[in-house]
Design a protein. Structure first.
Length: 448
């Protein structure tokens, strides 16, 4: 089993922790009104440059080139074409970078080190922000006012709009992770002249940071004593099911701790806080978070797990692909997610399997949900479907994290394949039954 992903997460975590004091300082300077609007943008942008070169070395140039070229595309294209051009450029550049990594690892047999994978992870987040910004412009939710454009309805400080765009793409609290927020929301947080509750925001950031530390501790115990890394390679028969589930739990704890650390930095900078309510409030947005562990670990529906896993990314995929496709939107969404993640064979198989599981889960619950009449029957139904959901998602997660064809073949031929096969057969048997058209399926992605 290739366990490179958990170790990859540890590298950005070091820099996220190192950036925490600077995020708290930024929040303090904003709440004390010691920084002007322009100074806030510059602080976040300069911090982003420093963090990029510290974490990625020379590979930070891949990220900076993507940011500035994307801004050029957004500036040069009209609202009708900006989304397609920005999407084509960003995904083409990201795919070339992923192919470069594959070439180094699989053909040249060179160790890529840790800086290039970190840069590619940041580039994936950059793709989210670029395409989200382009969609906002395409849907007329905002106008990219640039010097000399003569925009009469441009927001205040339109001569510095390019600065705000660059800061949105490269600010240090969101460079290596964190929830995806829209440009308008980001701009509202930065330009807010009210004094938010600094103590409450820092308390929430500290709680998320302690939660990340606790989950990391539990993950290390699990990886050392419960599911050593050679379990999957040596297990046989039904023991493979236990090894698969514990290994997937290890990965989930890794993601949870990583996301909570990202959210901690996000909140420490004051970027994810709830803005004041009332007649003078600019917005009434909720705190923006990605990690909803209780929902993920207790749901008995794969579709609900999918909507909640890395929530802002799932919403981005829904908006970018699912809602814009007329034919096979669910399959297209998961296929794009595999492309966005790098097109490893395990990722292609895992995401396409996930799409089938979401479709089957919807039909399965729609058909069998009314069978349980009494309360004990409903409890039994929820327990069995919860266990099946846990095992199916464990299967998908192991497939996505697999980096070798031999391990992928082992997974497909093991007893663990029984659980997705149950849903696949259910889908075939229930495919001809009509379902209500107003119940939509929801898309997914797995990694930051």
């Amino acid at each position: 089993m290739n366990w490179e992903t958990p170790f990859l997460f540890q590298a950005p975590a070091i820099y996220q922790v190192a950036a925490f004091p600077f995020a708290a300082l930024f929040h303090y300077l904003c709440t004390s009104r010691s920084l002007s609007i322009n100074a806030r943008y510059i602080y976040l942008l300069v911090g982003g440059f420093l963090l990029a070169f510290a974490a990625m070395g020379r590979y930070a140039l891949l990220l900076l080139l993507s940011a500035f070229c994307s801004l050029g595309v957004i500036h040069s294209a009209g609202p009708q074409k900006v989304h397609k051009r920005a999407f084509f450029f960003q995904m083409s550049w990201q795919t070339l970078c992923h192919l470069w990594l594959h070439y180094k690892e699989y053909y040249l047999q060179e160790a890529a080190g840790i800086r290039l994978p970190v840069a590619l992870s940041a580039l994936m987040l950059m793709t989210q922000r670029v395409t989200s910004l382009a969609l906002d412009i395409h849907e007329r939710k905002m106008s990219p006012a640039w010097p000399g454009d003569g925009e009469k309805e441009a927001p205040r400080g339109d001569e510095l709009q390019a600065l705000s765009f660059c800061t949105y793409l490269l600010s240090f609290p969101t460079l290596l992770g964190g929830p995806l927020c829209s440009f308008n929301r980001f701009q509202t947080w930065i330009r807010s002249r009210r004094t938010p509750c600094s103590a409450r925001s820092l308390r929430a950031a500290a709680q998320r940071g302690l939660g990340a530390l606790l989950l990391s501790f539990l993950r290390d115990i699990l990886g050392r004593y419960v599911c050593p890394q050679d379990d999957l390679a040596e297990c046989t028969h039904f023991g493979c099911i236990y090894a698969m589930w514990t290994s997937a739990l290890f990965f989930r704890l890794t993601y949870y701790s990583h996301w909570m650390l990202d959210e901690s930095l996000f909140l420490a900078a004051g970027l994810g806080q709830r803005l004041a309510h009332g007649p003078h409030a600019e917005t009434e947005d909720q705190v923006l978070l990605d990690t909803h562990i209780w929902t993920l670990e207790t749901t008995n529906r794969i579709a609900a797990f999918t909507r909640t896993w890395n929530k802002s990314t799932a919403q981005w995929l829904r908006r970018l692909i699912f809602q814009r496709r007329r034919s096979f939107p669910l399959l297209a969404t998961f296929a794009f997610s595999a492309w966005w993640h790098g097109l490893h064979p395990g990722q292609v198989f895992g995401f396409l399997c996930w799409a089938v599981m979401v479709e089957a889960d919807y039909r399965f619950h729609h058909f069998f949900g009314s069978v349980a009449k009494s309360q004990p029957q409903r409890w039994l139904y929820q327990l069995l479907t919860w266990c099946h959901t846990q095992l199916v998602m464990a299967y998908v997660m192991i497939a996505v994290e697999t980096r070798s064809l031999s391990m992928l073949w082992w997974l497909c031929s093991s007893y663990s394949s029984f659980f997705p096969l149950v849903y696949a057969v259910s889908l075939l048997l229930l495919a001809k039954r009509k379902v209500s058209s107003h119940d939509a399926h929801h898309p997914h992605t797995s990694h930051p």
